[in-house]
Every structure is written in C-alpha cells, then in structure tokens.
Design a protein around this ligand. Sequence first.
Ligand code: OFO
Length: 175
Amino acid sequence: MISKDMATLINAQINREMYSAYYYLGLSAQTEAMNLKGTAAWFLAKHGEEMTHALKMFRYLIDQDAAVTLKAVPVPETVGSVVMEIFERTLEHERGVTRSINDLVDHALTEKDHATNVFLHWFVTEQIEEEATVKDILGRLRIFGDQGQSLLMIDNELAALAQQINQAAATAAAQ
Ligand code: OFO
C-alpha cells in the first residue's frame, strides 16, 4: 500500500504519459501528412511506448491497492512543420517528463517509500535513453540539415528505429 499523496502524484504522471502518447500521435499524423513515412512511423512507435508507460503506472497503483483516477488528457500543443523545430520541441518535451519523474523519485524518497522508489528506477533509466535518442536525431539534423537528401537519410533511419521499437514491444508482449 502506498500513501494517498504518492498515489495522487503517480495518477498525475499517468496523465502526463498519456499526454506524451497523444503528443507523439499528433506528430505522427503531422509528419505522415508531410510524406515523412519513417518519421511518422517513429512517432507512432513512440506513441505505443508512452501508452505502455502509462499502463505500467496504472498496474502499479492497482497492485499497491491505490485508486486510479483518470483525468482528461490535454490536447497536444501545436508544433510547427519545420523538422528541426519538431525535434527541438520533442527534446524539450522529454526533458520536462524527466523532471516530473525526478520529482516523483524525490517524493518517494521523502516518504521513505522504497517500493515506489525502486519502481520508478525503470522510468529514470528510460528517460536517459529517450533523451539520448532525440538528442542524437537532433545532432544529425544540425550537422546534415533538415531538407532534401539529408532529411531522406534521417527519415530512413527513423523507419529502422521504429521497426526496432515495434519488435522490442512485440517481444515484451510475448513474454
Ligand atoms: Fe514516458 O517516456 Fe518519455 O515521455
């Protein structure tokens, strides 16, 4: 059993994870409309990942005998159609999520809630990986540009990355 305060904060994080999923879904639609198939597939794969994050927290609350309180998911912010800008906003978005996960860990430590602290470690590690991936994509866009041939190259790389994410999700679901 976890405290009411801790459960409230995890419920708020479920909402943020759902928002992340929605944010990526919106960008998938947007980049699909820009004919960036690989980028759209990557954003769609990210949408699926974010949904699993929300469901991990949902399951944790239930396992801890805490109430799940679902709230409305905000409409995702509008991001311009410049590819560089899309990834800059995405990095900012992920950094914001990292801050909120860190706040949760801080709270768990304050409460000496060891179970939640251990549970959250997975998310801390996940955020490191997610920020690094977006930083890497952004780095390539900054070096090669976000137009023409280089955009095509990055779009192809994102298609391959999306496949990896989907395969990992399928493997995890089969276990
Ligand atoms: Fe939920 O992992 Fe990023 O946002």
